[in-house]
Design a protein around this ligand. Structure first.
Ligand SMILES: *[C@@H]1O[C@H](CO)[C@@H](O)[C@H](O)[C@H]1NC(C)=O
Ligand SMILES: *[C@@H]1O[C@H](CO)[C@@H](O)[C@H](O)[C@H]1NC(C)=O
Length: 509
């Protein structure tokens, strides 16, 4: 038994490790939505008194206490050509290659930046109590963990929950009902879809392991030295994965205890609109529609003819339409308002908003579901197809293909959603189910980061499958052995049968 003083000392030690921890948050991925999600988590931690140093590509306009950005400068001066409006790639296998090419391209840039050097030049004995790292792509930065003497590590992914990442944490593959994020499948697939899904999931696992990681490892060695720990080994030692997955927003899935679902942690409570927008909203008698292609794709890169097609459809509507558009447009229809930036969450939370037209990005669709606003999705790449299908499948959205949009098809999709209450009823019901929870997902995520801080790691939460090969964890070896056994048995029986027949005919010719 501890006496009272010892108890106080123990309590003090426990609290001390959590109060005001010094955290390095590696969030390099060059997509603003990843930054928005990571930043929300960082601010959740800062509110609890921690000091967060974030390696990021996105600058802050303001200074915040205990929030320090180390900028990976210059990336957007030479953007990666594949993720744009005119390259909607439809071959899913090629998409996997493109994703990892993007990862390597980003790595090459980052490791040569001043920001990276700044971090590497921190004093040798500088101590981070914990590292958070966005592991969606860019494994080349793992050696930073070793550089800061292997403190406990928490992985995060704003990219919902790709099978390849959940598998790293020991999750069974669930290929029969976990649709690959780059497909239009739902959790109920036909036999042929399950075959494709099975191949895609396994292909990505193999591609990542045997192509992408070795390439990034080679690059990492150039910058960190030949003797670094292997990237697999560092990855294997990461404690938990906090993911932007939620069973109500996505499909229900089985998760091991070391994967923490915190889907929608970036969604804040609704704030009042700035005055100019408030006046517009107050005057919108017939309601509001928001049109945004997210933070990555730029609406002003659209061809003039496509833009006119869209504006003609909007002009026929009585609603007021907010379009997130990055430059000016001459002769806009009276009911269309263009802004470079919109407080999307706050407008979605306004009772006048009736529809969101979006590219189907993870964060936007989550915000629509949170606020119960039906959607028209125009997906372009990566997980956008799956996000769109998830909504359409549950009758909360309609999907349009960007290439095929005409004034009529867009106008009729909008009027269908506005006039048929099914869409908004369904998504409002989902919104209520999602918001009915013991705690906000941000609070949950912060709790789990602090849990790892307090306990130094969370190895004890691992399923044993995390240490197995995929074929062992999925029992493919057992199935093979059984099939071979059956085949041997069959061969044996047919051998005996043929021999008997042979003997029989010899004896009684
Ligand atoms: C907070 O982070 C900054 C930037 O990395 C660092 O210079 C400072 O020493 C940290 N503060 C504490 C109290 O650890
Ligand atoms: C694994 O992580 C723990 C802390 O969580 C650390 O003490 C240990 O050195 C790490 N091991 C390797 C091989 O990185």
């Amino acid at each position: 038994m501890l006496n009272v003083t010892e108890m106080y000392v123990a309590l003090f030690l426990l609290l001390q490790t959590v109060l005001g921890a010094n955290i390095l948050h590696i969030a390099p991925i060059a997509v603003r939505s990843h930054h928005i999600w990571n930043r929300a988590l960082a601010f959740g931690l800062i509110k609890e008194g921690h000091n967060v140093t974030m390696l990021s590509r996105f600058e802050e306009k303001e200074n915040f206490k205990n929030f320090h950005i180390i900028l990976l400068e210059g990336f957007f001066d030479k953007p990666f050509e594949y993720y744009s409006l005119d390259s909607t790639q439809t071959n899913t296998f090629l998409n996997i290659k493109t994703l990892y090419d993007f990862s390597l391209f980003s790595c090459e840039h980052d490791l040569a930046t001043q920001g990276f050097k700044t971090l590497m030049n921190y004093p040798r004995d500088f101590k981070f109590d914990l590292i958070i790292i966005d592991i969606s792509i860019q494994q080349c930065l793992y050696p930073l963990i070793e550089r800061f003497k292997n403190p406990p590590v928490v992985a995060v992914t704003p990219f919902l929950l790709p099978p390849v990442l959940s598998h790293l944490f020991g999750n069974p593959l669930q290929a029969a009902y976990m649709p690959y994020y780059n497909t239009k499948y739902t959790d109920r697939m036909s036999f042929l879809e399950r075959i494709t899904n099975f191949f895609l999931i396994h292909f990505e696992i193999l591609y990542r392991k045997y192509m992408a990681i070795p390439a990034e490892s080679k690059l990492a060695k150039k910058h960190f030295g030949e003797n670094i720990q292997s990237l697999d080994e560092i990855e294997r030692n990461i404690s938990i994965l906090i993911s932007n997955y939620d069973p109500i927003l996505c499909f229900p899935l089985a998760l091991p205890p070391n994967i923490i679902p915190a889907g929608g942690l970036h969604i804040e409570s609704v704030k009042p609109l700035p005055n100019d927008l408030k006046t517009i909203v107050d005057n919108a008698k017939e309601g509001l529609i928001i049109f945004t292609l997210g933070s990555h794709l730029r609406s002003d890169h659209m061809s003039i003819s496509k833009r006119t097609t869209i504006l003609n459809a909007f002009a026929k509507l009585p609603q007021t339409i907010f379009w997130k558009f990055e430059s000016e447009i001459d002769d806009l229809p009276k009911n269309v308002i263009v802004r470079k930036w919109l407080p999307q969450n706050d407008i979605l939370g306004n009772s006048k908003t009736k529809l969101l037209i979006t590219h189907g990005g993870g964060l936007s669709t989550q915000e629509a579901m949170n606020h119960g606003i039906p959607v028209i999705a125009i997906p372009f790449n990566t997980d956008q197809y799956a996000n769109a299908e998830k909504l359409a499948n549950r009758n909360m959205a309609k999907i349009l293909s960007y290439e095929d949009i005409t004034t009529d098809s867009l106008h009729s999709a909008i009027t269908e959603i506005l006039n048929n209450p099914m869409y908004s009823t369904n998504i409002k019901q989902l919104s209520q189910r999602y918001k009915n929870r013991p705690e906000h997902p941000l609070k949950k995520a912060v709790f789990w980061v602090e849990y790892v801080l307090r306990h130094g790691s969370a190895n004890f939460l691992n399923l044993a499958s995390r240490d197995m090969y995929t074929y062992q964890a999925a029992s493919y070896d057992v199935i093979m052995a059984l099939l071979m056994g059956l085949y041997l048995l069959y061969s044996l029986i047919s051998f005996i049968f043929t021999s008997c027949k042979f003997i029989y005919y010899r004896v009684y010719p």
